[in-house]
Design a protein around this ligand. Structure first.
Ligand code: KG4
Ligand code: ZN
Length: 345
């Protein structure tokens, strides 16, 4: 089955064509137009700007993905992200997908954005850590909008194990970077500076360390950094700034890895997955790899391109829904957002 995926839930306009074969997945095209530069001056995503930018980009992005994949004849179904996300942004991709489905008489199935992230390791991309995971697996999904643990039993069955009570991990990276005047998005900059620093030079405590709960909390860490900066000022570029970034990153990473291991033990699974934009973090990848090795669990991490928002993961999840019999051939008026449990039922 060959599916055109369309993603427009936040600040990337993306389209991809993916061919799902019984034992492998071929990504025929994977186009992403990022709006990061447009939002950077505001220190975060501005919903109105995002919607307008999707409107400008959607046709060229879809056209180029389809052209690269070999033309419209290869496309057998359309799968847009239905939510969650910014409504004005989602509408652009959804309506484009419906128009394509209607005009070409193709099935169209709405995909939950997180379903895409959870299945990203099945894209069989080069530079992935580990091959595709076996079921069941536990996935740690860490992005700018979400931080959650899921148990995934099959391509269309997942259960939420725990999520953040306040900020997402990516949001914590972004907010700390803002406090330190490091620009947006903050994760990649903190990642780079942290690699040069010594975390013990700026000890921040690991959030929710003494509980076996699978929930996360990062707003206290952001407050701790803010108090530290008020007291000591923002360190100038150099060792002190690098140490501060290393300390913040260590606190975030330790919390994420501890909960991942707790979830793996609780669920008794042999496979773990990291996905979402923050899974690009080198500190997190290294710590998760070492921890999983220690407990004999196979770790699977898609390459950074498939961890951040993209349409190939949406196309793949759409193909799984269609193969499971979820087919909206003419009724294209489904709701824009719905809980993951319902989406994967
Ligand atoms: O998945 P994503 O592209 O978008 C959604 O939020 O859905 O994730 C973006 C988030 C941002 O918060 C960004 O700062 C973070 O991922 N991020 C990173 C790294 N690269 C991106 N965080 C830590 N280290 C990184 N290397
Ligand atoms: Zn995402």
């Amino acid at each position: 089955m060959t599916v055109l995926g369309i993603e427009s839930s936040c600040d990337e306009t993306a389209a991809a064509v993916v061919r799902v074969e019984p034992s492998r997945t071929v990504v025929l095209s994977d186009v992403v137009a990022s709006q990061v530069a447009e939002h950077a001056p505001y220190g975060g995503v501005v919903p109105e700007l995002a919607a307008r930018s999707h409107l400008r980009n959607i046709v060229p992005v879809v056209a180029s993905a389809v052209r690269e994949a070999g033309g419209w004849e290869v496309v057998q179904a359309v799968a847009p992200t239905m939510g969650p996300g910014l409504l004005g942004a989602l509408l652009v991709g959804l309506q484009a997908a419906k128009a394509i489905a209607l005009s070409r008489g193709l099935p169209c199935v709405g995909v939950h954005h997180l379903h895409g992230h959870l299945l990203a390791p099945f894209l069989d991309r080069p530079q992935a850590v580990g091959s595709r995971p076996g079921f069941p697996f536990v996935a740690l999904l860490v992005s700018g909008g979400h931080t959650a643990l899921y148990r995934v039993d099959a391509p269309t069955t997942a259960r939420l194990l725990g999520s953040t009570r306040d900020d997402a991990a990516g949001e914590a990276f972004d907010k700390v970077a803002r406090l330190l005047g490091l620009g947006y998005p903050g994760g990649p900059v903190i990642d780079r500076l942290a690699a040069l620093g010594d975390p013990s030079g700026a000890p921040f405590t690991e959030p929710m360390k003494h509980t076996r709960s699978l929930e996360f909390s990062f707003s206290g860490l952001k407050t701790a950094v803010s108090v530290h900066v008020r007291k000591n000022g923002v360190p100038p570029p150099g060792a002190a700034l690098e140490d501060l970034c290393a300390g913040v990153q260590r606190a975030i990473v330790e919390s994420l890895v501890r909960k991942l291991l707790l979830a793996v033990a609780q669920e008794g699974v042999a496979h773990a997955v990291l996905s979402g934009g923050v899974a690009a973090n080198r500190g997190l990848r290294d710590a998760a790899r070492a921890a999983c090795e220690r407990v004999g669990v196979a770790l699977h991490v898609p390459p950074p391109r498939s961890c951040t928002d993209n349409a190939a993961m949406i196309a793949y999840a759409g193909a799984m829904l269609l193969q499971a019999g979820r087919r909206d051939r003419w009724d294209l008026n489904a709701r824009a957002t719905f809980p993951l449990e319902e989406a994967l039922a």
